[in-house]
Design a protein around this ligand. Structure first.
Ligand code: HEC
Length: 174
C-alpha cells in the first residue's frame, strides 16, 4: 500500500517533469502564454475576499468546466490532499484553504518564503501562483512548472473551489 502510493508519487513527479518540458518549449518570448500581466505575491495588494459560493457564482468560474478541472487536479493530488481531515503529505492539505492566510497550516513545514508571505488565498492569487509559482513567490518549495493555459487554470480553480470548500466557506452542510 505504502509502496503503491510511492509509485504513484514517482509517476506524478515524472508527469510534472514532462509538463515542465512542454512549458519551456512552447513558452518562448512573445508566445503570449497570458502570464505577463499577472501579479506576484508582492504586488497583490489589498484583495477583496469573497465566499467560495460567491466566487463560483461569478465568471470565469461559473462557466468553467469543472470536470476538466478535476482532470487537471490529478497532478496536484500527487502532493496535496484535498480532503477534509486529510494529511499533509509532500505539500500541505488544501481542504478549506481559500480565504486563509498563505503558509498558515500549523503543522506543515513551509519554506521561509511561504511562511513569511503576507497574502490571502483568493482565486486571483491562486491563478498567479499556478501560472508560475517561482515567479509569483520566489524561494517557495513547490516543485511545479505551472499550468500554462488560462482556461486550464480557470477550470482547475473552479474545481478546487468546489471540492475544498468547508461548510462555513460556502454555506453547504458538511
Ligand atoms: C511536486 C509536488 C507538488 C505538486 C505537483 C503541487 N504542489 Fe502545491 N505545494 C507543494 C509544496 C511542497 C508546497 C509548500 C511550498 C513551500 O513551503 O514553499 C505547496 C504549496 C501549495 C499551496 C500553498 C498552500 C498554503 O498553505 O499556503 C497551494 C495553494 C498549492 N500548493 C496548490 C497546488 C495546486 C493547485 C497544485 C496542482 C496544480 C499543486 N499545488 C501541485 C508541492 C506540490
Amino acid at each position: 500500500m505504502a509502496l503503491a502510493r510511492h509509485f504513484g508519487l514517482l509517476a506524478a513527479a515524472a508527469l510534472v517533469t514532462i509538463v515542465a518540458g512542454c512549458g519551456r518549449e512552447s513558452d518562448g518570448p512573445g508566445t503570449g502564454s497570458g502570464t505577463a500581466s499577472l501579479p506576484t505575491a508582492a504586488t497583490l495588494g489589498d484583495q477583496q475576499v469573497l465566499t467560495v459560493g460567491e466566487y463560483l457564482a461569478a465568471e470565469p468560474y461559473a462557466s468553467a468546466d469543472r470536470s476538466r478541472g478535476e482532470r487537471q487536479a490529478q497532478i496536484c493530488k500527487a502532493c496535496h490532499s484535498l480532503d477534509r481531515g486529510g494529511p499533509n503529505t509532500i505539500g500541505p492539505v488544501l481542504y478549506g484553504f481559500f480565504g486563509t492566510e498563505a503558509g498558515s497550516q500549523g503543522d506543515f513545514e513551509y519554506s521561509a518564503a511561504l511562511r513569511d508571505a503576507d497574502f490571502v488565498w483568493t482565486p486571483d492569487a491562486l491563478n498567479a501562483w499556478l501560472a508560475q509559482p517561482g515567479q509569483f513567490l520566489p524561494g517557495n518549495r513547490m516543485v511545479f512548472a505551472g499550468v500554462l493555459r488560462q482556461s486550464d487554470r480557470d477550470a482547475l480553480i473552479a474545481y478546487l473551489l468546489d471540492v475544498t470548500a468547508s461548510a462555513d466557506q460556502d454555506g453547504k452542510k458538511d
